[in-house]
Design a protein around this ligand. Structure first.
Ligand SMILES: [Zn+2]
Length: 56
């Protein structure tokens, strides 16, 4: 089983667990961050298109 270190209590926990069984630290989902960046880029693109239409 793959293991990773809990940043809160430095214990090795299963890589697929969402929370630490020792200190119940919640591991952040890295995929959620990537989704947010993609969404922000898309919104930025749409807003710049809108502003370009408005100004020119
Ligand atoms: Zn922990």
């Amino acid at each position: 089983m793959k293991m990773r270190e809990c940043p809160a209590c430095a214990m090795k926990v299963a890589a697929n667990s969402k929370t630490c069984p020792i200190c119940s630290y919640e591991f952040p989902d890295s995929r959620t961050g990537a989704k947010w960046i993609a969404a922000l880029l898309l919104i930025g693109l749409l807003v710049s298109w809108f502003l370009f239409d408005l100004l020119f």
